[in-house]
Design a protein around this ligand. Structure first.
Ligand code: SF4
Ligand code: SF4
Length: 197
């Protein structure tokens, strides 16, 4: 069974407005397609331009019926989105491995909040040689420090379409409260509060 959603260039967000209905169709076993500029899409593989990419990734999620696979997609797309935001907008603006917040401090300067986290200790998942986090934690990725928040940089679960439209209230709370936890652990928790979207 097929359901085709026509989307116009000037009204690309129509998918989000119809999301509750599309989730209902998907639950009934319909495969959802998008007709955009006379091209039929069943997933995001065919086209990667910014304009339609996020909509097509939401389509991927809609058309994935296996629970764990669906949560993996939601999680990966949300992490990818946040990584891009921080990198492309240079939000932490690292110079010589020190972030902007710490560069502007007079004392107790460290390289980033990963080096001094909430317990005032380096995070055990931070690789200090490569200056990278070794896990994939959505809560950490959503976090911005008071310095950035004062500048209006803040990410909410509901400002990211993959999380907003495809997670339940309990699952959204999990996203906000699982600092220093890896993807598999967080997805295990999502599974406990699974209800077919
Ligand atoms: S969130 Fe703030 S403290 Fe953490 S790395 Fe970015 S600028 Fe630095
Ligand atoms: S788990 Fe969080 S605090 Fe620890 S290194 Fe990774 S991003 Fe930083």
């Amino acid at each position: 069974m097929k359901k085709i959603i026509p989307i116009q260039k000037e009204n690309i967000n129509v998918l989000y407005k119809k999301m509750w209905l599309l989730k209902f169709y998907a639950k009934l076993g319909f495969k959802i397609y998008i007709n955009y500029e006379n091209q039929l899409f069943e997933n995001s593989k065919k086209r990667h331009d910014k304009e339609i990419d996020e909509v097509l990734k939401n389509l991927d999620i809609l058309n994935t019926r296996k629970k764990r696979e669906k949560y993996n997609l939601i999680y990966d797309y949300a992490c990818f989105y946040l990584d891009n935001e921080f990198q492309n907008k240079k939000l932490c603006d690292f110079k010589k491995d020190i972030c902007i917040c710490n560069r502007e401090k007079d004392k107790n300067i460290v390289s980033s909040c990963c080096v001094r986290n909430t317990n005032n200790q380096p995070c055990k998942y931070f690789d200090n040689n490569q200056k990278i986090c070794t896990i994939k934690c959505i809560t950490c990725k959503l976090y911005t420090c008071p310095y950035l928040r004062a500048k209006g940089v803040q990410y909410q679960v509901n400002s990211i379409s993959y999380l907003k439209y495809h997670l339940s209230f309990r699952q959204k709370l999990i996203c906000c409260n699982r600092f220093f936890k890896d993807k598999e652990e967080i997805i295990d928790e999502f599974m406990k509060f699974y209800k077919l979207p």
